[in-house]
Design a binder for this molecule. Structure first.
Ligand code: 5AD
Ligand code: SF4
Length: 421
């Protein structure tokens, strides 16, 4: 029996898919990358943007063409899970054999009629089937209590739940012992991690104290909860990489208020000033939504101004899409798609300039890269600052840390040569 998993969306969804795979393998399924030979197809969906939801509808059409007499295969079992809105479940139940909350993913064993369910209190404690042999996703919390007005996550993933610290630490210890080089601590808002007396800065310190040769990364952070204790933990933790994704969403106070973000542009900037004082070389990225309902050209200009001012290394720029059930969906989506595209391009152009200027200072410098992809003799990886570096090598360096000298730079990629001392 073979299964195939399709994942949409964020790193948390990739992590969820690793748990889906583990549950399926526990009942004897084997993974296949070829959808045509799968007896079971699991889709881990994302509801954050309409475009992601539309892709699931596209898949339903594709599924109906699979199997059947002409192919000689039986129609595969189809399962939908991941970030699903309650109200959408009814929509999808006609297109899938089973629609299952990710929190109940262990019930798959019951559904497939093969085994009694394992007793784990929290689905995050299911031992995952890691996709990579050197970089591991370790969820520390899931859900969100923030209710940003545009976002479906509090409705699809519901309230915040933190994983017990001891389970996180023991998982990471095992990973490091078996040679993992990069640990990603994941959560919708890692800063609100809380288990007994352990908050996020304490957890960071505990993970940093695990002996071994590995890097610690984390995502995502909410600016309102990003504080000096986290800055202190990053700056003193030798394994914590100097890279931070701090989503601002808009550079205009009125828009931020309508987004229900609970900080002002000034609060955000002050946090960045404090961070850069303590960690001058920190690389920064952000998330932005352009074309939020009612966003005037002047309000958008404030975001462009903030981009010029902060000088990000990277940014995830999203065009606003209304999500039914959210507070913002009641506001008129009055910015045209073309105008959203224009605003996106303005920010991308600023970003290209600021990122390139920063990257130019790296020419001729040394950096350590964890190689995560290979195409023939071309290898790709990320350095501590989460910059993509391309390297040529005859030796297989996949999954290794290599010391590299930067030889060429572009806004979002660097080229390097392996450095021999
Ligand atoms: N429209 C566009 N972008 C959105 N995001 C969340 N909800 C929406 C939406 N309705 C973006 C935010 C968030 C990222 C994960 O997705 O920028 O940080
Ligand atoms: Fe969505 Fe806001 Fe929660 Fe992030 S913090 S998941 S944007 S509601």
């Amino acid at each position: 029996m073979k299964y195939h998993v399709i994942v949409f969306g964020c790193q948390m969804n990739i992590s969820d898919s690793e748990r889906v795979s583990a549950v399926l393998e526990s009942v004897g399924y084997k993974n296949t990358s070829n959808i045509n030979e799968a007896d079971l197809i699991a889709v881990v969906m994302c509801s954050v943007r309409q475009s992601a939801v539309d892709r699931v509808f596209g898949l339903i059409e594709k599924f109906s063409a699979l199997g059947g007499l002409s192919s000689g295969w039986k129609k595969p079992i189809t399962i939908l899970t991941g970030c699903i809105l309650k109200k959408d479940k009814k929509l999808f139940i006609n297109g899938f054999d089973y629609v299952l909350d990710i929190k109940n993913i262990k019930n798959l064993t019951k559904i497939l009629g093969t085994k009694k369910t394992e007793s784990v209190n929290n689905y995050l404690d299911i031992k995952p089937k890691y996709t990579s042999k050197f970089s591991a996703n370790v969820p520390i919390m899931t859900g969100c209590n923030n209710f940003c007005s545009y976002c479906v996550v509090p409705y699809s993933r519901e309230r915040e739940i933190s994983r017990p610290t001891k389970n996180i630490i023991s998982e990471i210890k095992q990973l490091v012992t078996s040679g993992y080089k990069e640990i990603w601590l994941l959560g919708q808002n890692v800063n609100s991690y809380k288990n007994g007396k352990t908050n996020f800065p304490k957890l960071l310190k505990m993970v940093n104290n695990i002996p071994g040769d590995f890097w610690i990364r984390f995502t995502s952070s909410h600016p309102k909860d990003f504080n000096n204790d986290v800055i202190e933990a990053i700056s003193t933790g030798n394994r914590i990489t100097p890279y931070l994704n701090l989503p601002i969403q808009s550079g205009d106070n009125k828009v931020l208020q309508l987004m229900n973000r609970h900080y002002t542009v000034k609060d955000y900037k002050n946090k960045i000033i404090g961070l850069r004082k303590r960690i001058p070389d920190i690389a920064l990225s952000t998330d932005i939504i352009v074309g939020f309902p009612g966003e005037t050209k002047k309000q958008f200009e404030n975001t462009a101004k903030l981009f010029r001012n902060i000088k990000y290394d990277a940014a995830y720029i999203n065009k606003y899409s209304p999500r039914t059930g959210t507070v913002a969906a009641k506001l008129k989506d009055n910015i045209s798609w073309d105008e959203k595209k224009r605003r996106e391009k303005v920010l991308t152009d600023i970003l290209k300039q600021t990122a390139l200027k920063k990257n130019k200072t790296l020419l001729g410098k040394e950096t350590i890269v964890l190689i995560n992809e290979s195409r023939g003799n071309n290898y790709f990886g990320k350095n501590k600052h989460y910059k993509t570096v391309r390297i040529k090598s005859k030796e297989n360096i996949l999954g290794k840390f290599v010391k590299v000298k930067i030889t060429e730079v572009a806004p979002f990629t660097l080229r390097g040569k392996i450095f021999h001392e």
